[in-house]
Each structure stands twice: as C-alpha cells, then as structure tokens.
Design a protein. Structure first.
Length: 552
C-alpha cells in the first residue's frame, strides 16, 4: 500500500462542491481564507465576511478564543468544534502550539471529555460497531468512503485510569489519531477511529439518558470474540495492510487479543507496547543522570496490569540485548499488585503475572517490597492516587543517591505522586517522569522540569515508519529501536533540567527519526516487499502531511 502525502480521498470535491456545502466540509473549508476570486467562482459570495484573512490571522483568533476559556474541558470542546469545521486550520494551530495543545486534546483533558462525552456531543467522528451489527461490519466499512491506513480501536472498558466508559471511550481513538497527524504527519484522511460497543458495566452510564452507547451490561463471551474477529476480517478485506492500534481495552482482553492477532495482522496495543517503549526510553535517559548502567538497574512496579507487564517485558528484552540471560533479566523486574509483592508462592496470580513471579518471601505492602527488593527505579502503573507517599520516596532516596521515580498513571488525578512531592521528599534528588504533565518546580536554587512519559513520543512515529515501509507486522524490536532513538534525542541540557524526554515542541522531528528507525528495522527483518530508499529519512519527511489550504 503506497504511502501518499496530502492526498485526501475526495479531491474531486473541489470541482463539485459549491456554496454552503463547501463551507460544511471540514477537509476543504477555508473559512475567511477563501479569496475573493474563489468566492465568486465557488458560489460563496456573500456567505462570508468581506475580509480575506491569512491562516496566521485565523490562528490568532483561535488562540485568543482558546485561552479565554475558563477550564481545559471548555478548551477541548472549542478545539474539537474547530476540527469539525476546518480541519486544516485545526492542525495548523495544533502543530504550531504542540506543548499547549496536546494536554488539551489528549491527556489529561481527554479523560474528562470521555466522562462527559454524551453531554458534550456535537458531531459524530469515527465508526461505532456494536453487538447489533454482527454480520454487517463489512458493509458498514463501505460507508466510510476513505483510503484508510491507520485505525485506532477501543472497546471503552479501561479508559485511562477511569474504568469502563463504554461508548464514551470514542474520545480516545479520536485523540490518538489527531496526534498521529499532528506529531507524525499522517494525513487525517487516512485515519479511522473505531469504538466497539458491547455495553458497559458502568451503571451510572447505563442509567444516564444522555449516554449514547448500548444501555446493557458488557458482553464478554463468544459474541464479543466473534465481533472482534469480524472487524479484523472486514478491515483486512477493505483496507489490506492497514495498521490497527488497540487502545484502552480491559487487561484480560488486552493481552489475549494482542496475542491472538499480532502474528495475523499489522497491529499493536499502545497501552502494553507503546507505554513500554516510552518508559524504556525514559529509563535509558535516566541512567545518564544516575550513572548506574541500564543492565544494573532493578525495577519495582506498583501495579501489574497491561501497562506494567508490557513495560516489564520490553525491559527484559532490552536487558537481554545488554547481555543478561532471560532469567537474570526477569529478576531485575519486580511487581506489587493489590495483594502485595508478586512472588511464586502465591496461588492467586493471573496468567500475565506468572513470568514475573519470583521465588522470594511475600510482602503485603509497597514499603515492605521496597525494603526487600532494593530497587533503583520505582514505576507507578497502579492508578492509585498518592500511593507514592513521603515515606516511600524517602525510602527510595535512602537506597539510591538518585532514585528513578516514574508515577505513570493517567489522568493527573490518578498519579501516584506529584512532581513537587517527589522532588521535595527526595531533597531534589529524584529523577522524575510522570504519565500526565506537571509544572516545573523550583527547589533549592534549581529549576527542575519534570518529564512526561507521553506515548505521543512513540506511537505516531512508529505508525509512520510502519506505513512508509509497508511493514506487514509490528514487532517488539520496533518498539526497542523506537525507545533507543527517543533516548538518543535527549540532550545534555534536557538532563541538566531533570528532563528525561526531549521537548514536545520537537515532536515532529522526533517522530521522523523514530519512523526512519522503525522502517529500517522493517526492511532489515524482511517484513516488507518494498526496497529501502537511499535517503530514507528524506523520503519519509517529503510524505508527511502539512496543513495547507486546498487550491481551488
């Protein structure tokens, strides 16, 4: 499947759409940027204010309106409204103001947007496939008249750290695909968000008359599996080779579905693999601050769900690449779940935890586990607010001169600790990164900038590399090279500020570098029939979407 640039699926609309219909097409609408000649020729005369404006003038108006909004959710609603009216202007604004816009369009604000989805709904974006659509998925995809290359799909069971939000979870695929475009230049015309609606176990939603999904309890049996399989078959038939990203599935389904489809389709799970890669990249950078080599690190995870186990598995692969045996690598990764330290003597462990169940005395608390394991790095994927207490951080600081503290749970309200608390409780010695953004902290004469382990550092560039190369599968090695590439882009100036990730304002360059690394891995592994270009990075850059108005 050749990867084109800025090729929307309805180029002929420029000659057939006129007047009001043209103003209502977000891919073609230019608003006040239509020239007077275009207005005369396209039936727009009198339908717009007389002043013709540049896209920069339009951007200034958008920013003025966004910045006067009283809260993040209102800013989100305004920006999604802009996306529905004028897609080009939307991406122009987002790309020029990434550090301001990403927290509005994705974490942490997207969590609030999903919780309120039925109450703030304005316009449908994406496809909803329900249990009632069995045997009709293929014909439903025919209604999406676009050349799809990347799909983000959720069933809404585990939205961030907020739990089962059912069909309200559509905000997640939409947000992720916006980042594919803004961060990695994948044309929005190639993107399809899908929500699989099999009900919800959230009684508050089922009793809400404004909830837009199925008002029934969540299906977990054969009908669920059959619907997912039908979706994969229909996608492969209509969009062969399209990348399918699993997003925010419940833990049991997330591992099971990834295992079932990863060798059959071009697919990955961002919560398992993307989170792992960005965390691995942060750890690589953190070792440059701590001075302790990566192969000598010991990791303790608070939380043993899909994110934690995914990180653990990628850490094991990376440690093995450093020369450790698999057994030694696994013994560098320890987990604490709701019942305590994951050890082999426990008889209540789910299957996905068994590979990390070590032969050790049981511990029922996080503090006791820290004292026993003596970790160099503490990684929070529990969704439990404030579980990294002052005593926990102090204990990590007693064990390590520069403790690695990564509270990764989203949204911000679910973070295991704040950046300020981590710095104060460690006397400024913590090497910190979090899942949601925190403001810089001034401590003891130092200006500390906490890093954000944002998956946007990884999945957009990885998806771009997979698309460009025509790779038929997404492999663990691709995530490893993406993590190493990300870490290599962290500068000494970043590290001096305590930041273990590069600035998000450079995300387009970061995504390009990651895309090239992933594509090289695809070529080297024989996962594509295409030939590698001599100037790989240049060829990818030339095909990245730029938000420019259509010439009529």
């Amino acid at each position: 499947m050749a990867f084109q640039v800025n090729k929307h699926v309805h180029p002929d609309f420029s000659s057939t759409l006129r007047g009001e219909a043209l103003l209502h097409d977000p891919a073609l609408n230019k608003g006040t940027a239509f020239t007077m000649e275009e207005r005369n020729r396209l039936g727009l005369r009198g339908m717009l204010p007389p002043q013709v404006q540049t896209i920069e003038q339009q951007e200034a108006r958008v920013l003025e309106n966004v910045r006067r909004k009283m809260n993040s959710l209102e800013k989100y609603i305004y920006m999604i409204g802009l996306q529905d009216r004028n897609e080009t202007l939307f991406y122009h604004v987002v790309m020029n103001n990434l550090e301001e816009m990403i927290p509005i369009l994705y974490t942490p604000t997207v969590g609030q947007a999903c919780q309120a989805f039925g109450h703030i709904f304005r316009r449908a974006r994406g496809m909803y496939i329900t249990l009632e659509d069995r045997y009709h998925v293929a014909e439903m995809l025919d209604n999406w008249n676009r050349d799809v290359r990347v799909i983000v799909m959720t069933d809404g069971e585990r939205i961030l750290g907020l739990g089962d939000l059912g069909a309200n979870g559509m905000g997640i695929p939409n947000g992720k695909l916006s980042l594919y475009t803004a961060c990695a230049g994948i044309d929005p015309a190639f993107c399809l968000p899908i929500t699989i609606d099999v009900g919800t176990n959230n009684a508050d939603l089922r009793n809400d008359p404004l909830y837009l999904g199925l008002h029934r309890e969540r299906e977990r049996g054969p009908e669920y599996n059959a619907l997912i399989n039908e979706v994969f078959q229909a996608v492969e038939a209509k969009y062969p080779g399209a990348l399918i990203q699993f997003e925010d599935f419940g833990t049991s389904n997330a591992f099971r579905l990834l295992e079932a489809y990863r060798d059959r389709a071009c697919t990955f799970n961002d919560d398992i693999q993307g989170t792992a890669a960005v965390t691995l990249g942060g750890v690589f950078s953190a070792t440059r601050i701590t001075g302790i080599p990566f192969r000598e690190q010991t990791f303790l995870f608070s939380g043993a769900g899909e994110a934690g186990i995914g990180i653990g598995e990628l850490l094991v692969s990376a440690l093995m690449a450093e020369g450790l045996s698999e057994d030694d690598a696994r013994h560098r990764c320890w987990f604490v779940d709701s019942h305590g330290l994951v050890v082999s003597s426990r008889d209540d462990l789910e299957a996905h935890k068994l590979a990390f169940a070590h032969d050790a005395p049981p511990q029922t608390s996080l503090r006791g586990s820290i004292e026993q394991v003596q970790p160099t790095a503490l990684i929070g994927v529990s969704g439990q607010t404030g579980i990294f207490t002052g005593r926990v951080i102090q204990l990590m600081s007693e064990i390590n001169d520069r403790p690695i503290i990564f509270p990764l749970s989203n949204p911000t309200a679910n973070s295991e600790c704040t950046a300020r608390d981590a710095y104060i409780w460690s006397n400024g010695r913590a090497v910190f990164a979090s899942g949601s953004p925190f403001d810089p902290v001034d401590f003891d004469g130092y200006h500390l900038v906490p890093g954000q382990a944002n998956n946007a550092y990884i999945f957009p560039g990885l998806g771009l590399g997979v698309m460009f190369s025509g790779a038929t599968r997404v492999t663990d090695k691709m995530f490893d090279v993406a993590a190493r590439t990300l870490a290599g882009l962290v500068t000494d100036d970043d590290l001096r500020m305590g930041r273990v990730f590069p600035a998000l304002s450079n995300i387009r360059t970061i995504s390009l570098k990651i895309a090239a690394a992933v594509a090289r891995e695809a070529y080297a592994s024989g996962l594509t029939t295409q030939s590698q270009p001599l100037d790989l990075e240049g060829e990818i850059a030339a095909r990245m979407y730029e938000p420019r108005y259509h010439d009529f």
